[in-house]
Design a protein around this ligand. Structure first.
Ligand code: AMP
Length: 185
């Protein structure tokens, strides 16, 4: 089972991905978390990623696809994976398709968590992460619109896209997501 949690920065992908992974007993891969850990640990990837993450720009596709591929071949991914924050560009979506076909897996569904913009900025500002300043948030939202939102059409055409109302308590939203991913496709 491969589930992609999709949505703008601040819609709650990370929180929901963790809950869903625990409920379904599958792995959670967050590229944002992976980059933050790499930056903290000053690894080679971290040294490359830092300036992009600090500015709210996308880390280059090849670096990003490589960390996902390394994570996906680990044994804890055997039952399935929730991808949180990946793919974010068409090149990453293509890299994912190649990776999955190589290991004989398919995307089960892409859940688009929808939250109005005014809620998003409030949520991000209250989180207090280093890249949650007004300037960087605005850049991340613009990058999302330009690079990532077009993937909605791509996954819709593949018949994989499900829309989800992301406004409500964490529990309400996670119940909605569980209901959606449990539906037969
Ligand atoms: P997130 O935790 O998902 O908000 O991601 C934080 C930052 O990590 C983003 O602003 C990007 O700089 C970087 N990042 C996370 N995922 C990706 C990705 N799929 N492609 C490129 N950069 C990413």
């Amino acid at each position: 089972m491969i589930i992609i949690l999709f949505g703008a920065p601040g819609v709650g992908k990370g929180t929901q991905a963790q809950i869903l992974a625990d409920e379904l007993g599958i792995a959670h891969i967050s590229t944002g978390d992976a980059f933050r850990a790499a930056i903290q640990g000053q690894t080679e990837v971290g040294l490359i990623a830092k300036r992009y993450v600090d500015a709210g720009d996308l880390v280059p596709d090849d670096v990003t696809a490589r960390i996902v591929e390394e994570a996906m071949i680990k044994p804890d991914c055997q039952n399935g994976v929730i991808l949180d924050g990946f793919p974010r560009t068409r090149a990453q979506a293509d890299a994912l398709a190649t990776m999955l076909s190589r290991i004989g897996q398919e995307i089960s569904c892409v859940v688009n968590i929808e939250v109005p913009n005014e809620h998003i900025v409030q949520r991000l500002l209250s989180r207090g992460r280093a890249d949650d300043t007004v300037e960087v948030i605005n850049n991340r939202l613009a990058v999302y619109q330009q690079e990532t939102a077009p993937l909605l059409e791509y996954y819709s055409k593949l018949g994989l896209l499900k829309h989800l109302d992301g406004v409500g308590s964490v529990e309400e939203v996670s119940q909605r997501i569980l209901a959606i991913v449990s539906q037969p496709s």
